[in-house]
Design a protein around this ligand. Sequence first.
Ligand SMILES: Cc1ncc(COP(=O)(O)O)c(C=O)c1O
Length: 339
Amino acid sequence: MLLGHEKVEILHLPTPLEYLANVSADLGVDIYIKRDDLTGLATGGNKLRKLEYFVKDALDQGATTLVTVGGAQTNHGRLTAAAAAKYGLRCAIVTGDEYPGEISANLILDGMLGCDVYFVKDFEAGVRNVIAKYEAEGESVYYVPMGGSNELGMLGYYECAMELTAQAEDLGIRDALIVTTLGSLGTYMGLAVGLANERSPLRVKGINVAAFDWQTVAEIREACMEYFGRVKAFYGLDLEMAAEDFDVEKDYDFGAYNNPVEEVREGLYYMARREAIILDPCYTGKTWAAILRMVREGKIAQGSKVIFMHTGGYPGIYTRHHRLEFERELMKYMHTDEF
Ligand SMILES: Cc1ncc(COP(=O)(O)O)c(C=O)c1O
């Protein structure tokens, strides 16, 4: 029970916090990785921590169907489908994106999990119509917001902040900086609020990946303050936070959401070849590229300690526009006519 709320237990917690010896030696910075890609269901990822709270709430309300929203290749949607499958609920994803012309990456997993995906033209009306369709079929619908990022979803990463604090204490790295991806904000806010409210010595930096149209750090901080206001009121927290308390970066989003970026792919190859850990090109790859740049720029000091939050997203490498780039660059490893 956290801040008065119960959850179902989907994950095998704590997820590992591992030292990356090879890249640490290369970079002169101690890099640890929090393996929230290893969260159990359907290839894992950060959203399952939030879904533990949503599923409990849905079951308590007698819901029979989860409906959520996101991009066509939403990791959050895939993991909502996974949690629904595990608890015998139906699931639907509504997206304002167009059908990408093929069933690839997360869409394959959505279908495997028995989840309907609706590609709608008018997003707001589409969500209403899909919910109405299930209700007309006698289902009781529970709506999970975009990215699972609301007051309840925040608890997943509030809990992770406590988990990391204990793990960092055990490893003797209390002064580490957590670096995490910032999309719909829930992960970053759960960590930031959790660390502050629990008086943790750890700090957290969020790397914006341009999932929303924020143009400046000030705009992201404004969104953080708005989210914090809701969280504070919802849980009655005795905690003050100011805009400057939210350490967020706008300079490493590479200009657009989920765009193919050579520097990001170079980072993916580097992590795979030195540590055999697979990142994704939309979220964790950008955050990793940001860490590498910040080390080069001296924004992350030599000899300091970083905890890189691996939030999952692995199926994203099979999205068509990324897959084509990988094919072009990795073809040299395919030896078809030499022997
Ligand atoms: C793999 C991955 N990492 C990070 C994020 C960002 O998390 P949040 O939306 O909680 O900011 C997402 C969101 O979709 C994701 O799928």
